[in-house]
Design a protein around this ligand. Structure first.
Ligand code: C2O
Ligand code: CU
Length: 536
């Protein structure tokens, strides 16, 4: 922890200046297979009956290449972009907003300049040209605004959309496709009486827990019913909410069959009684409606769970979003209804094997005994990574990673004064150069510190989860969520529960530069729970 004090300049100034140059002219050496124009601009759509809602929106024009999905063309999110592995993609992003924005291709393995780091903010009236090859395997990814301190509000207003990637391995599986391959983007929102999107109302205390809405949008629509046939479907679920964590379950108790995680298909299908889906996480489900009666419904709901924030001081309780009217975090409510509308006899069978998967172990990593440590904490109502907040270009010693290595990373909740571990926690914290922690620790008893669940996202390549462990003292709430984690397969976001520690293995291959890691509770991200890795 001595390293916490050492923040070094990432690169010599001139290299940084070079790296930070906007990419606003097409590179003629890059021959795109697909060219897309996306314009971020304010718009109005009818999300609720009556008046229209003002939103920010991506408008897209596909200049060349395969067509985007039209069936579920959303009214509020950006269009779904469908890519094929190996394709070279050029996306010309125009900013017609009255403020800066930048687009991040969440889950994709792309060069630094194309990754939507907030240092590449696009000014109003300007454009940025993203050019990259699709290197990811078949799976479900997404794109969203990643603007400095404005990610939460821009995504909230609609600057997000789905990306699907297909490849040969996947095509051989003949999974349900076209109208049987359904995107399900889940978001919670809140509306004013005149149908305008309403964001946080109660200041910092509400912000620290994250925004919680009282209305569920599915693909940008309220009260979504999807008509289906008596056959198998592939559902691509994305939690596109700012901070709400869902515990997915079928209303009638049918187990969920997962075929894919954040970044890719699984090696083989796995069933779960329920699945935890934190902000930015994706899960692909196989659901078979054959045998169900025409006219009946099956509802996908969010189930009750506990333990997201068990260690709060009394002072935190008043005025919090989770306690106010609407949907409390961890409560039970319906998400989307599937209406069995039509009988059909043909249906694909669930493959027993999906894609090849090579499990990474200690043998593959450069640092088996010395994992990179990422401690999660909440100090002075401010969520931190190793006691630090976001710095646009600086990296600390522990954030320097040699390119083309595979690293073991330990992401863990730090213990605080609220319970037994407090002393030890404070002892460690004294190493911190700015001394913030000592003060935070003393405030613990008054409720200024707490542990809460954080969905931690690391940019660039997908990682694997090596292990999860929980301290005994956090057991009871944890029991209501622990069977809902998908720990096999490729991930780019992992939910770290209070008291929990997660060990991951992550490759840093091909590209050098600054790559973000952060909490994907977007309120936390904008409060500075974000930092850079320097891959070099
Ligand atoms: Cu989905 Cu750094 O973000
Ligand atoms: Cu967080």
């Amino acid at each position: 922890f001595a390293a916490f004090g050492t923040v070094v300049a990432a690169w010599p100034g001139f290299i940084l200046a070079e790296a930070a140059k906007m990419n606003n002219a097409p590179n003629n050496a890059f021959k795109p297979d697909v060219e897309i124009e996306l314009t971020a601009r304010p718009d109005t759509v009818s999300l609720k009956p009556g008046a229209a809602t003002n939103v920010l929106k991506y408008h897209a024009k596909l200049l060349k290449g395969p067509t985007t999905t039209l069936t579920y063309m959303p009214s509020y999110l950006g269009p779904t972009l469908n890519f094929v592995r190996g394709q070279k993609v050029r996306i010309i992003a125009y900013n017609d907003l009255p403020e800066q924005t930048v687009a991040h291709w969440h889950g994709l393995h792309v060069p630094q300049k194309m990754d939507g780091h907030p240092m590449y903010a696009i000014n109003p009236g300007e454009r940025y040209i993203y050019e990259f090859e699709i290197k990811n395997p078949a799976g479900t990814n997404w794109y969203h605004a990643h603007t400095h301190e404005k990610t939460a509000t821009q995504v909230y207003q609609g600057l997000a959309g789905l990306i699907t990637i297909s490849d040969e391995q996947e095509q051989k599986l003949a999974l349900p496709s076209d109208e049987y391959d359904l995107p399900i983007v889940i978001q919670d929102r809140r509306f004013t009486a005149d149908n305008q999107l309403q964001y946080l109302q109660h200041g910092r205390r509400e912000r620290i827990l994250g925004f919680l809405g009282d209305t569920i949008l599915i693909n940008g629509q309220i009260n979504r019913t999807i008509p289906v046939k008596t056959r198998a479907y592939r559902l691509r679920l994305l939690n596109g909410s700012n901070s709400r964590i869902y515990k997915l379950g079928w209303e009638d108790g049918t187990p969920l069959t997962a075929i894919g995680t954040d970044g890719a298909l699984l090696e083989k299908p796995e069933t779960f009684p329920y699945i935890m889906l934190a902000p930015a996480e994706r899960v692909e489900l196989w659901v078979d409606f054959s045998g169900r009666e025409v006219g009946s419904d099956l509802i996908l709901q969010s189930l009750e769970y506990h333990g997201v924030m068990p260690h709060m001081g009394g002072g935190m309780r008043g005025g919090m979003g989770m306690m106010r009217g609407g949907l409390a975090q961890g409560s039970k409510f319906p998400l989307v209804k599937f209406h069995i509308a039509e009988k059909t006899s043909e249906s694909p069978q669930l493959p027993a094997q999906l894609v090849k998967f090579q499990r990474l172990t200690d043998r593959d990593v450069a640092n088996p005994d010395k994992p990179i440590q990422i401690g999660l904490s909440m100090i002075h109502m401010s969520p931190k990574l190793n006691h630090r907040s976001f710095e646009m270009l600086a990296v600390a010693e522990w954030e320097k990673v040699p390119v083309n290595t595979i690293q073991k990373i330990r992401i863990y909740q730090e213990e605080h004064g609220m319970h037994g571990g407090g002393r030890r926690g404070m002892g460690r914290m004294e190493d911190d150069a700015d001394g913030m922690e000592g003060r935070g620790g003393r405030r613990g008893g008054r409720g200024g510190m707490m542990e809460m669940a954080h969905p931690i996202h690391l940019h660039e390549q997908q990682f694997q989860i090596l292990s999860r462990s929980i301290k005994d003292s956090h057991g009871s709430g944890y029991a209501t969520v622990k069977d809902g984690f998908i720990n096999n397969g490729w991930k780019d976001t992992v939910l770290v529960m209070p008291g929990e520690e997660v060990m991951i293995i992550k490759p840093f291959q091909d590209y050098t530069g600054l790559y973000l890691y952060h909490c994907h509770n977007l309120e936390h991200e904008d409060m500075g729970m974000m930092r850079n890795f320097l891959v070099s």
